[in-house]
Design a binder for this molecule. Structure first.
Ligand SMILES: O=P(O)(O)OC[C@H]1O[C@H](OP(=O)(O)OP(=O)(O)O)[C@H](O)[C@@H]1O
Ligand code: HPA
Ligand SMILES: [Mg+2]
Length: 171
């Protein structure tokens, strides 16, 4: 997948549904050591599917949301690399004590820093993390380099790829 020329991302990591499920279950094993939690707060939208999987494994039925937005699609329709100010569209009315905050990943840490301030007592977990944001969250299962763009399964599709031989300069 091609990144925009202005993008800081040089490489792509494509995550499949089974990989996301397996990584989320790995996170759950570690979360079981941290709980019990009163409930989960999913950070929309990326945190919604991981939060549903975590709720299933930890048998938590109280699931709330913090609705946030910080990226939008690039104009050239490539990767999502346009950064904006973090906007909170819906918060929660407590400091997070006893709650588990879930997002799909922490990249620059901008989103996580804003949400941390709103819920300073929550336990904050993401499936993936990049170095700039890692310290903002309490737990993650995998870390990737800062210049990798992570494609989640809900953002991609299977498609035909021509045989490698067709692209060779001197067949
Ligand atoms: O650490 P950061 O640099 O702030 O980036 C991480 C955030 O960016 C993405 O959300 P996005 O705002 O794109 O919205 P989405 O979850 O609705 O896709 C991702 O789901 C994280 O919430
Ligand atoms: O690497 C990423 N992948 C998907 N969404 C993101 N939001 C910030 N960084 C990323
Ligand atoms: Mg998000």
């Amino acid at each position: 997948m091609e990144n925009s020329p202005t993008s800081p991302y040089r490489d792509d990591i494509v995550i499949s549904w089974p990989e996301l499920h397996r990584d989320t279950r790995l996170l759950c094993h570690q979360l079981l050591e941290q709980g019990p939690f009163k409930g989960i707060i999913a950070i929309t939208r990326g945190g919604l599917i991981p939060a549903a999987l975590v709720a299933r494994e930890l048998e938590i039925r109280l699931v709330d949301t913090i609705c946030a937005s910080s990226y939008e699609a690039a104009d050239d329709d490539t990767a999502q690399t346009m950064r904006k100010e973090v906007k909170i569209l819906k918060g929660v009315e407590h400091d997070g004590e006893g709650f588990l905050l879930i997002d799909d990943l922490v990249d620059t840490g901008n989103t996580a820093r804003v949400i941390r301030k709103l819920l300073p007592k929550a336990f904050f977990a993401t499936i993936y993390a990049k170095p700039q944001g890692r310290e903002v969250v309490d737990l993650c299962v995998k870390e990737f380099a800062q210049d990798k763009w992570i494609y989640f399964p809900w953002d991609i599709d299977y498609q035909f790829v021509p045989p490698m031989k067709k692209h060779r300069a001197n067949p």
